[in-house]
Write a protein of this length. Structure first.
Length: 204
C-alpha cells in the first residue's frame, strides 16, 4: 500500500495554482523584455541619425574651408566619405587620419539607409540656390562629373559618390531615410538642402 501511494503521488500533475504562477512569470518576463527590444531599436535609429547628421555637417564644412570637392558614397549599410584627387582625377577615400572627424560610418546592424536625390528646380528643392548652375548651364552634379577625365575607368564610375559637397558651400539636395530592419513604420527622414544643411523631417 505504501509503494502504491508513493507511485500515485509521483504521477500527479501540476496544480492550478502552480500553472497560474508559471503563466504569471512568463507574462511578466514578456512585459519587460519586449518593450526593451523596441527601445533598443529606436535608440540605434536615433544614434545613427545623429552620426549621419554630424558626418554631413563635417563634410560640408571641410569642403568649404579646404577648397576640396568632397563626396559621400551611400549604401544601405554604410556611408563612405570621399575626396576628389586632382592628380588621380577621381574620388578617393580620405586618409586614415581621423582627427578631422571624417571617417566611414557603418550603421547599426538593425538599421538600413535609403535615399532619394532631389533634382535641381523640382518642387522638393525648396531652397534651390539661383547660382547653382555653372556658366555652361550645368547642375552641380554635372559640374562635378565634368571634372572627371574621359579616360575614367568603369570601376571608378561605379564608385562615384551620390552626394557632392562643393567649396562654394553648396551640395547635392537629397532625402536620407533611416529605417529599422523588418519595421513597416515610416522611416526617420533627414533632408539635405543645396546649402549643405541637413535637418530632420518631423514625424507624421
Amino acid at each position: 500500500m505504501t509503494a502504491n501511494a508513493d507511485l500515485v503521488h509521483r504521477q500527479r500533475g501540476f496544480t492550478l495554482l502552480e500553472i497560474l504562477v508559471v503563466v504569471a512569470i512568463v507574462a511578466l518576463c514578456a512585459a519587460v523584455i519586449i518593450p526593451n527590444v523596441s527601445v533598443t531599436g529606436e535608440q540605434a535609429l536615433e544614434k545613427d541619425a545623429a552620426q549621419v547628421t554630424d558626418l554631413v555637417a563635417v563634410l560640408s564644412e571641410h569642403s568649404l574651408f579646404s577648397g576640396e570637392l568632397v563626396g559621400l558614397y551611400l549604401s544601405d549599410e554604410r556611408l563612405m566619405p570621399l575626396r576628389f584627387d586632382p592628380d588621380e582625377q577621381k574620388f578617393m577615400p580620405f586618409s586614415s587620419d581621423r582627427r578631422n572627424g571624417i571617417a566611414p560610418l557603418t550603421l547599426d546592424g538593425s538599421v538600413r539607409l535609403e535615399w532619394q536625390l532631389v533634382e535641381p528646380g523640382s518642387r522638393d528643392d525648396e531652397r534651390r540656390h539661383d547660382s547653382a548652375p555653372s556658366e555652361q548651364g550645368l547642375s552641380l552634379a554635372d559640374a562635378a562629373e565634368a571634372r572627371l577625365t574621359t579616360g575614367e575607368k568603369r570601376e571608378d564610375k561605379r564608385e562615384r559618390p551620390q552626394l557632392y559637397f562643393f567649396p562654394s558651400g553648396e551640395s547635392t539636395a537629397a532625402t536620407l531615410m533611416l529605417r529599422e530592419v523588418g519595421q513597416s513604420e515610416m522611416p526617420l527622414k533627414l533632408k539635405l538642402d543645396t546649402f549643405g544643411r541637413i535637418t530632420r523631417e518631423p514625424s507624421a
